[in-house]
Design a binder for this molecule. Structure first.
Ligand code: YXS
Length: 259
């Protein structure tokens, strides 16, 4: 049973997340299907992509599939992790990817949405960064996705509280491009896609790649990199990390001891 539905119309490729039983959690299979769809769009000369969920969902994506997180002593967000691969696939796709969002966006799902080039959300959309809720040491390129998406002070509040923010607040902070009534969400999103399709795809692709390279151009010394990796290892080797994943699976509140 596929976990995404795709279609191509008038040079616009649509990828609809369809994994209701886990609230579109970004498991390896779902991510592989999204990446396959994006790769297929390149050959079909798609000029704009809409990444969406089923109309009427309460949850756009529940984030990383917690059942696929390591239970400790291994980087939970290493280079080949499905979420990392998905974010890079979105950022490297030559056509603009428009996230069309209704409902809640959680954790890694929030990063995947923020990795998209344009975000159009309904008023019922919410956005939550959840590493602190689960005890996860988020990775550097993931934090850069957030830093490139919103003012530092908002990212800190979202990361440290792990509380969702409303679409209205996301709009005022520039985290999303448009907040559109649910009944107009699809037509508005496709109107943007159509504007993009009518422009020069090669020019757009090179500007997207220039912006990706420039947005990622943050110097980090080898010592700084090693320090961060060492600090992250302390976290994913900690009892708190084990407790966060365990508590999620046991559907209870975690008890963190800072060790
Ligand atoms: O009880 P069953 O077996 O039916 O499964 C339930 C949930 O356990 C499951 N599920 C998930 N499984 C794995 N990973 C997930 N992220 C996940 N989210 C949900 O899906 C089934 C239906 O969920 P349920 O009953 O809670 O649905 P609901 O409609 O009442 O509530 C939907 C949510 C999304 C509000 C709720 O499921 C929830 O709060 N999910 C966790 C959201 C979250 O904290 N995501 C962060 C995942 S970790 C991550 O993204 C990164 C590693 S990090 O944290 O570092 O950013």
């Amino acid at each position: 049973m596929p976990l995404v539905e795709t279609k191509i119309e008038n040079f616009v490729g649509a990828i609809c997340l369809d994994y209701f039983e886990k609230r579109n959690a970004l498991c390896g299979t779902l991510v592989a299907e999204i990446i396959d769809a994006l790769d297929g769009f390149i050959g079909r000369r798609v000029r704009a992509v809409v990444l969406r969920a089923r109309p009427g969902v309460k949850i756009w994506s529940a984030g990383h599939d917690v059942d696929e997180l390591p239970e400790g002593r291994r980087d939970p967000l290493g280079w080949y992790d499905p979420l990392r691969r998905l974010v890079r696939a979105i950022e490297n796709h030559p056509a603009p990817v428009i996230a069309m969002i209704e409902g809640g966006v959680w954790g890694g799902g929030c990063e995947a949405a923020l990795a998209c080039d344009i975000i159009v959300a309904a008023p019922n959309a919410t956005f939550a960064l959840t590493p602190a809720k689960l005890g996860v040491p988020y990775n550097v390129s993931g934090m850069l996705t957030f830093l490139n998406a919103a003012p530092l002070r908002l990212i800190k509040e979202m990361a440290f509280t792990a509380k969702p923010i409303s679409a209205e607040r996301a709009l005022s902070a520039g985290l999303i491009n448009h907040m559109i009534p649910l009944e107009d969400l699809e037509s508005f999103t496709y109107a943007i896609a159509s504007d993009i399709v009518g422009n020069a795809p090669l020019s757009i692709a090179v500007m997207k790649e220039e912006l990706r390279i420039l947005a990622g151009a943050h110097p980090m010394s080898p010592q700084g990199w090693e320090r961060v990796q060492g600090l992250r290892r302390v976290v994913y080797d900690s009892a708190d990390y084990v407790e966060g994943v365990k508590a999620f699976k046991e559907k209870r509140r975690p008890v963190y001891r800072g060790e």
